[in-house]
Design a protein around this ligand. Structure first.
Ligand SMILES: [Zn+2]
Length: 547
């Protein structure tokens, strides 16, 4: 026989325990997560909270239950508090490149120093955790006790409700992406990624040192005198066929067209521009390594520019560890504007404009190379333009009728409208960047601007699909635009007739930078006098690269 610890009805006591423990957990989960995530975490936390409603006879097992529920709840609580702290302080998630990078970079001494410096926030969040710990501890003890009297047993509807909630929880644990949000699994994997990152870095830092040493040995020089500023804008997933600048039927690029009208021959729109890769990582590798194979151990564009005397900025709206390690960290100044994966990948490209302005205003050097990496129209398209900024929705125009005629489904046509709205916003960001570069600099300052996409995108162009597309030409059709404040035209009449390939962009960027070195291949520089087009080998059959 067991005696009841309280006078109140046992099921009401158990309900109160579930309620307080559950509410405390929910509050901490909500601090550290947002939107759907809160509900997902809550469902994952459910089983142990519900255990409190399960009547147990043995006092010893009840003590074990109290302890396990407390540990479980504190796992969720610490997870919530740490995330809330990171969000509050850095607007970052723990698995974002910045936080992972910083954590992997930190040794025990630096960790202590960090805590010492931030003891106030540590104390605040510590206090929150203590309160949560006390509350959960007090109420986890009041879990249901088995009773001999029938009246005290949980009612039938209660059992049904608990069974339903447990079923929901089973679904959560059966789903891998859902299950991975559980603090125990998430943080175990987080520590794993820390180790992976550290070991990868050991190689990457060495690799960057090697690239810098190689660039110094090549001893590039700057051929032109006077101050020089070059802005390289690399965007993501832009298909030139959707730009009015390239003759598209929807007015997606009014601002770039205005720039073109104002600047004439100083701005060249490379008509038939192609990427040779359909995804970001290989595309950027090629762009920054002159399109040369790994076997030739090609130099890195940014290392060469630095060795020649340029100060290099990398300003990015991406949050990608690999790009950061392989390219961005070769720059003198690295500014990753978009630091929260998931949450802030919704942050719009316009966020980077202030950083670029700051770099342009920097007075510490006369030679600047500013690399800007935009999200462009990377899927999901609806995240790439501000709310209510889609003038193309439900507009029956020639583009829409053409898609209908080609048999494109309603959802692909809808994606096309969102894609075009993303391009319209993109036009604003890219034109602002050009405007900033076109602003008069120092007396006699040379300025140049190059814009291109890493790869294209298929949005119902030749198939009833939307997304990255290695298997259709749309995946490789990109825009490329160059502006320069010199008197002579940017592009010779002959070069303007030939196609352009993005993996050779490095050769032309070096031309814009005025950098000279042994091993230059003039025939690959579209801006030079002896450009010679050569069709790349890509995984799709292209009828003509001149279209
Ligand atoms: Zn991409």
């Amino acid at each position: 026989m067991t005696t009841l610890p309280q006078q109140a009805s046992p099921s009401r006591n158990a309900l109160l325990a579930c309620g307080v423990v559950g509410a405390t957990l929910l509050a901490l989960i909500a601090l550290g997560h947002d939107g759907r995530r809160i509900a997902q975490l809550a469902v994952l936390a459910l089983p142990m909270v519900l255990w409190l409603a399960w009547p147990l006879r043995s006092a010893r097992i009840r003590r074990v239950r109290t302890l396990l529920v407390w540990l479980w709840a504190m796992g969720f609580a610490i997870d919530g508090a740490v995330r809330a702290y990171l969000l509050d302080t850095y607007q970052a998630a723990p698995d974002g490149a910045m936080v992972l990078g910083a954590a992997a970079n930190t040794n025990a001494r630096e960790g202590t120093e960090y805590l010492w410096m931030h003891w106030r926030s540590a104390a605040v969040w510590g206090a929150v955790l203590v309160v949560a710990g006390v509350l959960v501890g007090m109420f986890a003890r009041r879990g249901a006790v088995a009773s001999t009297t029938v009246s005290a047993r949980p009612s039938r509807w209660m059992v049904a409700l608990i069974a339903l909630l447990l079923l929901l929880s089973c679904v959560a644990y059966a789903s891998k992406p859902w299950r991975r949000l559980h603090p125990a699994i998430f943080w175990t994997q987080w520590i794993d990624s820390l180790h992976t990152l550290r070991s990868a870095w050991a190689g990457q830092q060495k690799q960057r040192d090697r690239l810098m040493a190689q660039a110094k040995a090549i001893a590039p020089v700057i051929a032109q005198s006077g101050p020089s500023t070059v802005v390289l804008v690399i965007t993501d997933s832009i298909n030139r066929d959707n730009m009015a600048l390239y003759g598209y039927g929807r007015p997606t690029t009014p601002r770039l067209l205005a720039h073109k009208a104002q600047t004439g021959d100083q701005m060249a729109v490379l008509k038939n521009a192609w990427s040779v890769d359909a995804s970001t990582l290989p595309a950027l590798r090629n762009m920054f390594h002159f399109g040369l194979p790994e076997a030739e151990s090609p130099p890195h564009v940014l290392a060469l520019a630095r060795a020649a005397g340029y100060k290099v900025w990398w300003i990015s709206n991406h949050d990608d560890l690999a790009i950061e390690q392989q390219h961005a960290r070769l720059a003198d100044v690295v500014d990753m504007v978009n630091r929260t994966p998931g949450r802030a990948s919704a942050s719009l490209d316009g966020e980077i404009l202030d950083c670029v302005q700051e770099a342009l205003a920097d007075t510490s050097t006369d030679r600047k190379l500013i690399v800007v990496h935009l999200m462009g129209a990377h899927p999901h398209y609806s995240l790439r333009f501000p709310a209510n900024a889609n003038p193309f929705n439900d507009n029956v125009d020639a583009v829409e009728s053409g898609l209908v005629k080609d048999g494109r489904s309603a959802w692909v046509r809808r994606f096309r409208q969102e894609y075009d709205a993303a391009l319209l916003y993109h036009d604003f960001v890219v034109s602002e960047l050009l405007q900033q570069t076109r602003a008069p600099g120092k007396q006699g300052e040379y300025r140049a601007w190059m814009y291109l996409s890493d790869h294209g995108q298929e949005v119902g162009h030749v198939s009833d699909r939307a997304g990255h597309s290695p298997s259709t030409a749309s995946g490789y059709r990109i825009p490329a635009v160059v502006w320069r404040n010199s008197q002579s035209p940017v592009l010779s009449a002959e070069a303007a007739q030939q196609p352009f390939r993005a993996d050779w962009a490095g050769w032309s960027l070096m031309n814009l930078l005025g950098v000279r070195w042994d091993g230059q291949r003039a025939e690959r520089d579209v801006l030079g006098g002896s450009y010679q087009w050569q069709a790349p080998v890509i995984p799709v059959a292209v009828e003509s690269f001149s279209r």
